[in-house]
Structures are given as structure tokens and as C-alpha cells.
Design a binder for this molecule. Structure first.
Ligand SMILES: O=C(O)CCC(=O)C(=O)O
Ligand SMILES: [Fe+2]
Length: 205
């Protein structure tokens, strides 16, 4: 039993130490049955939209669907847009409460991403916005198709790491990871089915 009150024993979590960054991976955080039910419920109940970003004065569509949920006041800006979260749904609150023991404080917002197939993706970025604070803990929950999660060191792009994120898994990014590393979900021709990713964050209003 972990003295910090973790509900996991060592067999359920893989700690991934990187140069100047750290991640914990829980391959089976949710059971198969729970994961199937949550995938279906989230697909049906979240308010999925294809948002756009401004790039060189043009509106470019994000290559995926998104939805932003959270406590009132946990506003967030990225890619030149400000997002106001809508109130939590039952499933999102249920998942958030399962994650609370991992983080010193309760996550107050979540960005949901729906990758419709391998053609949907997310480009290189770090979640290093000032409203996340200096060493953010970001809990990333995965349902549906397995997709590759790639990382590269900001000061040396030859230094990379790759991890497949599977149905029902949880990846916790912490420490100085966002300061030193970027991550992406690359396009792939091999995946034809949907994937939902939820990144739970703590935003300082
Ligand atoms: O889909 C993923 O696993 C990555 C999501 C992500 O990096 C983000 O929402 O910031
Ligand atoms: Fe991210």
C-alpha cells in the first residue's frame, strides 16, 4: 500500500521517466466493460464541434471534434481563441472523481477530443499555457481506437518517445514535462475507427 494513498499497486502503473519530465501510464485504468459504456455515452452526450483556429489571418478547421467542460470561471485560451466551458455531464464528473486521488487538487476542467479516424490528429504542442501553472498535472483518459502518442524534446527533436494509448487507459503527465517536451497524435492510415481522449486539467482562473 502506497503511503500517499494511491489506489493502485505497482503492477497497474508504469512510470516513464524522461529527461526533465515524467509520465505515469495506467494501461487498464477502466475495465473493458466500463470503457465500452463510457465510450458510447461520451460519444452520444458531449457537444462535439469542429472548431477553427486563426492562422496567418485565415480560419483553419481543427482536424478533430472538440468539447470543453468545467467549472464556471475555468476559461482557457489556445490557438488564439478563448473557450468558456459548459457544465459537467454525469459521465465526466464520474471520471473526474476517479482521478481526484491522483492530483493534489480537483481537476476543474476537461478538454474532450474526438478523432473520427486516423485522418484526425493533433499537431506538436505543449500544454504550457500560463493558466495551467508552472508544473501542471494533466490526466489524459483514452477510449476507443488505440493511437500513438509521440513526444519530442523541445531543444533536440532527435530525442523522441512513443507510446500507444489504448482503450480504457490513463496517462498522467506531470513535473516539468510540458516545459521541456512537446507531444502530438500523428495521422495514420491504419486506424479507421473513432477515439475519444479527455485531458483533465486544473486551471487557475
Ligand atoms: O489525444 C491525445 O491523446 C492528446 C490530447 C492532447 O494533447 C491535448 O488535449 O492537449
Ligand atoms: Fe496536449
Amino acid at each position: 500500500m502506497n503511503v500517499q494513498g494511491s489506489i493502485f499497486d505497482d503492477e497497474n502503473v508504469i512510470n516513464i521517466p524522461l529527461l526533465n519530465g515524467e509520465m505515469d501510464y495506467y494501461p487498464k485504468f477502466f475495465s473493458e466493460q466500463e470503457s465500452n459504456a463510457l465510450m458510447q455515452a461520451l460519444r452520444a452526450s458531449l457537444d462535439w464541434k469542429q472548431e477553427s483556429m486563426k492562422l496567418y489571418g485565415k480560419d483553419i478547421l481543427f482536424p478533430r471534434l472538440m468539447a470543453w467542460y468545467g467549472d464556471a470561471g475555468s476559461n482557457y485560451s489556445f490557438s488564439g481563441r478563448n473557450y468558456t466551458p459548459v457544465p459537467w455531464t454525469t459521465e465526466l464528473l464520474e471520471i473526474r472523481n476517479r482521478l481526484t486521488p491522483l492530483c493534489g487538487k480537483t481537476f476543474n476542467s476537461v478538454l474532450a477530443n474526438l478523432y473520427r479516424n486516423g485522418n484526425d490528429a493533433m499537431g506538436w504542442h505543449a500544454d504550457d499555457e500560463p493558466e495551467l501553472g508552472p508544473h501542471p498535472i494533466i490526466a489524459s483518459v483514452n477510449f476507443g481506437a488505440t493511437r500513438k502518442f509521440r513526444l519530442r524534446y523541445k531543444n533536440n527533436h532527435q530525442l523522441t518517445y512513443e507510446l500507444p494509448l489504448s482503450h480504457g487507459s490513463l496517462l498522467v503527465m506531470k513535473g516539468t514535462l510540458q516545459e521541456f517536451w512537446e507531444h502530438q497524435i500523428p495521422k495514420t492510415k491504419k486506424v479507421l475507427s473513432e477515439r475519444i481522449n479527455l485531458t483533465f486539467r486544473h486551471i487557475t482562473p
